[in-house]
Design a protein around this ligand. Structure first.
Ligand code: ADP
Ligand code: MG
Length: 661
């Protein structure tokens, strides 16, 4: 049955669902809630606090009044709860309150405010008394999209569960019973429509165990997959190579490099994931590997997610690579003379290529591609990664990510998955100092910036929009900064510039010719300029935590004391900014990041979409992780009896030769 055959789905709704990456009925019931609201317990007004939303029951006492106040259109009416009177106000919404009828009692869900002997409620959600699905139970909330409200989505999910595909059960009834687990179907029902908090917790926990288990079986399959043997000859003098660097590798870097080289020499092509927090120095590990491949006559390609990053990786590593007598090139969609570039690649005249998606175009081919590196792995879809790997014959595959993995899980999963971790930052780093600055304190901020400029440091200024009306758009900040910092060179960098401009600006910033770079999140990943030691982020609360952490990671990359100023529009800074101020640790930050669902996802082979089937490894407890492994080993001992491998294969699309990580 197709999605559109489900009751309640027409063309419009189907399109809206597609926007959420929901394409099948299974996608629909596997669309995990983001959070929950406990609307199950009724509250009475005298006992209510003002800062919490509650479920109330009120009777409508008056007709609807309209009133205009400035730019607001107010609709209001009066209601009662025993002796208490409530004024219910809807701002800019004429239609919703029209459904409330005089003399009738409804359930409401809202916060209240006490004002002049009255209670007031603003734009409250309401429902008929018997409609427990809206108010009166625990409600799952989901990321929504235009044209699809919560009520509709919930209805559709409920409908979809009627068509649950029993093949999605990973282990059989006996095994489930042995481990005292419920069927996945039951758990799905609970996570969408929980009866009690206790049931919900149990179901969520079992779903996580189940999903991790699925990954474990998949890893097992991949481990035992057939492969074409390789016999690479790699000879190199590592101390000599490392001597050319102007720093010593950290222990984590060295260990990772050795693990990578060992893999490359084994008869099974490498498939390794390199993890390390922002700034831990993953790039150089990849570059060194590429150099070693190149001096032995094998080509390698490194794919990165943005043009800006490709340019900068290329510029930064060019001299070092060339010092070995090797040829390195850059390819992006705007590269000039692509024809020659492609010919050179096909003839093997280029040893190392760094590029964007342009690398996976049809007509790019290699003579002897033996190493594929994928930086910022999570930014690519699995198909893109696969396409690059298919340009070589059985290439060795290295992916890099800053996605944090809990140590407890890492230790266990390392037995199944080849994974290297750089768990320390280079030595000379001073911790970045993070400050939250209210936008009313601009003078203070500018003073700090002047001081850094006088010390010859460079500054990034980031905004969340390019040319909006907003005072803090890139364009408006540019104008402002031009005026304030008259003696300094200020440039803008954003996605709308043409590639030549981008390249020039990046080069100039790297060389230190530009003092202040006003930019967007195009610099979020990878960019690396040591002398830049100040990061100013405007509209800081508008960014996700992980983005803020990444952005901040652009400074503190050299020996200089670095600062990150989060400019907040609110008087009291958000919790998000406070967390950032307190911690420099990517793992800790990710743990807090509710937006980053599935932040600890290891197998991004699962590419249905953002919210689907992402396991929130980060929030898994040790007991849950242990349980999944316990079941895995138990079934393994029993020759995987009762494990639904057909589903696992289908689910992970194994036939298409999916690449791990
Ligand atoms: P990430 O892991 O975030 O990709 P990068 O590879 O961009 O980090 O490295 C961050 C910066 O640290 C770069 O400027 C790099 O040259 C520098 N770096 C890497 N390793 C070391 C080291 N062992 N000692 C000093 N600096 C290093
Ligand atoms: Mg990087």
């Amino acid at each position: 049955m197709d999605l559109k055959d489900l009751k309640g789905i027409g063309k419009k709704r189907e399109e809206a669902l597609n926007k959420l990456d929901i394409y099948t009925i299974s996608d629909l019931y596997n669309y995990y809630p983001r959070e929950y609201e406990d609307r199950s317990k009724k509250m009475i007004l005298p006992k209510a606090r003002e800062d919490i939303k509650y479920f109330f029951r009120w009777k409508i006492e008056s007709k609807l009044y309209y009133h205009r106040s400035g730019s607001y259109q107010l609709s209001y009416l009066y209601a009662s709860e025993k002796k208490e009177k409530i004024k219910i106000i809807y701002f800019n919404d004429k239609f919703t309150p029209q459904k409330l009828l005089i003399g009738k009692t409804y359930n409401f869900y809202c916060k209240i405010v006490r004002k002049n002997g009255f209670y007031e409620a603003y734009n409250p959600i309401f429902s008929e008394l018997d409609d427990k699905k809206t108010i009166g139970s625990i409600i799952a909330l989901y990321p929504l999209t235009k044209g699809l409200n919560l009520k509709t989505l919930r209805k559709l999910i409920q409908e979809s569960l009627k068509y649950y595909d029993k093949n999605e059960e990973v282990i059989d009834k006996e095994t489930l019973e042995y481990f005292k687990l419920n069927k996945r179907e039951e758990n799905l029902n609970q996570i969408h429509f929980p009866k009690t908090i206790k049931d919900l917790k149990k179901a969520k926990s079992q779903i996580k165990i189940n999903d991790l288990l699925k990954d474990l079986y998949f890893l097992d399959l991949v481990k035992n997959q057939k492969y074409t043997k390789q016999s690479l000859k790699l000879s190199y003098n590592l101390p000599e190579i490392l001597n050319k660097l102007d720093f010593a590798l950290t222990r984590g870097q060295k260990r990772s490099l050795l693990e990578i080289l060992k893999d490359s020499l084994s008869e099974k092509p490498m498939n390794r994931l390199l993890c390390g927090d922002v700034g831990s120095g993953k790039t150089i590990v990849a570059i060194l590997t590429m150099i070693i491949f190149a001096i032995n006559g094998y080509q390698s390609a490194m794919m990165v997610p943005t043009e800006v990053l490709a340019i900068q990786q290329f510029e930064k590593n060019k001299d070092f690579i060339e010092s070995f007598g090797l040829k390195v090139s850059l390819i992006t969609s705007s590269s000039k003379d692509k024809k020659t570039l492609k010919d050179f690649l096909a003839d093997g005249k280029i040893d190392i290529i760094i590029g964007t998606h342009a690398l996976i175009q049809e007509d790019v081919s290699f003579k002897n591609l033996k190493l594929v590196v994928n930086d910022e792995q999570h930014r690519f879809g699995v198909m893109q990664r696969q396409k690059l790997a298919q340009k070589g014959i059985n290439p060795n595959y290295l992916t890099m990510t800053a996605t944090p993995i809990p140590r407890t899980l890492y230790l266990k999963i390392a037995k199944l998955l080849d994974i290297s971790i750089i768990d320390e930052l280079p030595k000379n780093r001073l911790p970045i100092e993070t400050e939250i600055i209210s936008n009313t304190m601009e003078e203070t901020l500018f003073e700090k910036l002047f001081e850094n400029l006088r010390n010859k440091r460079q500054i990034y200024v980031v905004s969340n929009n390019i040319d909006g009306e907003d005072r803090y758009s890139v364009e408006n900040l540019y104008k402002k900064y031009k005026k304030v910092f008259r003696d300094y060179r200020i440039e803008k960098l954003h996605g709308k510039l043409n590639p030549n401009e981008k390249e020039q600006i990046l080069k100039d910033f790297s060389k230190g010719i530009i003092d202040i770079l006003i930019t967007t999140t195009v610099i979020e990943v990878g960019i690396d300029v040591k002398n830049a030691s100040v990061m100013v982020i405007y509209n800081a609360s508008m960014f996700g935590l992980s983005t803020l952490h990444q952005l901040r990671g652009r400074v503190g990359r050299g020996p200089y004391k670095s600062y990150c100023y989060l400019v907040s529009n609110k008087e009291s800074p958000s919790k998000k900014l406070e967390i950032l101020k307190k911690s420099n640790d990517g793992f800790e930050i990710a743990k807090y990041d509710l937006e980053m669902r599935g932040g600890g996802k290891i197998l991004s082979t699962i590419q249905h979409g953002k919210n689907l089937e992402n396991i929130d490894y980060l929030s898994m407890t040790k007991e849950e992780i242990d349980k999944a492994f316990e079941i895995y080993f138990y079934t393994k001992e029993n020759n995987f009896c009762g494990v639904n491998f057909n589903y696992i294969k289908k689910y992970f699309n194994l036939d298409r030769g999916i690449i791990l990580n």
